[in-house]
Write a protein that binds this ligand. Structure first.
Ligand code: NAP
Length: 505
């Protein structure tokens, strides 16, 4: 099945074109024209979302669960066309797109079952104490309520699972919040066909069409108008530190500030402890090379930094990583801009005397070849730029003198999505020194694994202290991510019939 996008925006059930167009920049396949987003479309979508909230925000959990399942079904009904356009636009292999589609439909269905269970409502009840002295206590009940319309910025690196009907959208819709998506210009056709699936599910379930809109990109003022629109009550974002920070600041400067849940950047350091290194330095180095180059290194959980104790085991580790990287050929990156940012990151490393090249390659146009460098703890701690994410298959080995210096280095890291310990039983004492630091630094702390690969489950945290995320109390993956789009309300002394449905009975 061949999908040819019509290039329009979906505004509350209507496909709308504007006068200006932009061209898609696919890695392969035909270029298509897309209508450029405008502030007027943002206003229309946000007004429709607010209007929809008065019904959708008060819908039953079962209605919303059926809607989420209907979106998953409609995505599956378009499976081949989604894979085809997604792979053309992003350069990601078809197998990756198929897997990501499964994750996308899986998380929609996971949220359906999650809201059916109802635990997320965090219902609380304090009985009245009419005879309490000196003053009686009223009856109090608490429940989590949806916050209102939510803006979602699709991520370039997950065209399905973190985009139009991805994790942020699924969590917001599950909570009862209408969604306005700002599509990512890296995959507008994929956004369009997924929006078609959502529109079909809205029609099937008889919901207000303002529950979902998609505005394609092309102009910066679309994103800024969206986060500043008075009807928008929260924003979900995955992307660059610079872009995320700009939008976060706009949210804070609004007359009514709103939460901005931005997932920005992370170098995901791994700490390799001595016993584990003595036992399997080569295996670990090879594993790192594989993880670092998966998907051309375009994962927010890519482990960009390995911290090792200087010596022969560190040499074996680095040599194995280098040998692993040498086997990886050129990989296509998501966009020309991301490919250029990767080359700029490599130049940043090479401009520093404190950094030693281990394996360097040239990359041109939209492809990336892996690169590997080394530095010392002292140099790393003095040079902030060495800790900035280079999005792509670039690794840095930081050699430390001993575990004490490893601890010092760990304290110097900024907030991360993940940190990893590689350890054997004999490393426990060292690991115990590091754990309190690592758990302060990251949302997910792991042992003996590689952080690329994020399970969508109840106990996942994909977030962390700034700059990993702009809101360290939140996760953007897993069922806990629904909490971003809810707020607790206390009902004092309410008659049963006046309570929200979720608090009755
Ligand atoms: P991006 O440039 O931050 O863009 C993300 C979204 O935000 C796009 O829709 C973009 O709109 C919008 N945007 C960015 N800055 C804005 C601003 N100042 N005002 C209004 N809207 C703004 O991210 P990207 O295009 O996905 O990739 C660029 C870099 O982001 C990568 O090289 C990488 O470093 C990083 N990245 C990190 C992760 C991660 O998981 N941590 C994931 C993906 C990318 P336009 O499309 O109109 O520009």
């Amino acid at each position: 099945m061949t999908f040819t996008p019509h290039g329009k925006h979906l505004i509350a059930g209507e496909w709308v074109a504007t006068e200006q167009t932009f061209q898609s920049e696919p890695a392969t396949g035909p270029v298509h024209s897309f209508s450029v987003g405008t502030v007027d479309l943002v206003n229309r979508a946000c007004e429709a979302a607010e209007d929809a909230f008065w019904s959708y925000g008060y819908s039953s959990r079962e209605e919303r669960a059926l809607f989420l399942e209907a979106i998953a079904d409609e995505i599956e009904a378009r499976a081949d066309a989604i894979t085809q356009i997604g792979s053309q636009e992003t350069g990601l292999p078809e197998a990756r797109l198929q897997g990501e589609r499964g994750r996308t439909t899986g998380q929609l269905r996971l949220f359906a079952s999650h809201i059916r269970k109802g635990d997320y409502l965090d219902r609380r009840f304090d009985a009245a104490m009419p005879d309490r002295k000196p003053a009686p206590r009223p009856e109090l009940r608490l429940v989590e309520r949806p916050i209102g319309p939510v803006a979602v910025f699709g991520a370039s690196n997950f065209p399905l699972a973190f985009s139009t009907a991805g994790g942020d959208t699924a969590a917001a819709l599950a909570a009862g919040c209408p969604v306005v998506v700002k599509g990512h210009s890296a995959h507008p056709g994929t956004g369009e066909i997924v929006a078609e699936a959502v529109a079909a599910a809205i029609a099937k379930c008889g919901l207000h069409p303002g529950v979902f809109s998609l505005i394609q990109g092309g102009r910066r003022d679309v994103g800024t108008a969206l986060v500043q629109h008075p009807f928008i009550k929260a924003v979900g974002f995955t992307g660059s530190l610079a872009g995320g920070r700009a939008l976060f600041d706009l949210c804070a400067q609004r007359p009514e500030p709103i939460p901005f849940f931005g997932e920005l950047g992370s170098v995901n350091p791994m700490f390799l402890l001595p016993e584990a290194m003595a036992a399997r330095a080569e295996e670990l180095g090879t594993g790192w090379a594989g993880s670092l180059t998966m998907g051309a290194g375009q994962f927010c959980t890519n482990p960009g930094i390995s911290v090792v104790i200087d010596g022969p085991d560190a040499d074996r580790y680095t040599a194995a990583a280098k040998a692993g990287l040498e086997k990886v050929g050129a990989q296509t990156m998501l966009t020309d801009g991301i490919a250029k940012a990767y080359r700029d990151g490599k130049e940043r490393f090479e401009s520093r005397n404190s950094v030693t090249p281990v394996y360097t390659t040239e990359s041109a146009d939209r492809v990336a070849n892996p690169n590997l460098y080394e530095t010392t703890a002292e140099a790393y701690l003095q040079d902030h730029a060495l800790g900035e994410e280079v999005f792509g298959p670039l690794g840095l080995v930081v050699r430390v003198a001993d575990v004490d210096e490893m601890v010092k280095l760990a304290k110097g890291f900024e907030g991360q999505l993940t940190t990893t310990l590689h350890m054997d039983a004999g490393d426990l004492d060292d690991a115990l020194k590091l754990r309190p630091i690592l758990e302060r630094k990251a949302g997910r702390v792991m042992v003996n694994g590689f952080p690329t690969g994020v399970e969508v489950v109840d106990s996942m945290v994909h977030g962390g202290p700034y700059p990993a995320s702009t809101n360290f109390g939140a996760t953007s993956v897993g069922t806990l991510s629904i909490r971003r789009f809810l707020r607790p309300v206390s009902y004092q002394n309410f008659p049963e019939a006046l309570l929200p449905e979720d608090l009755r009975g």
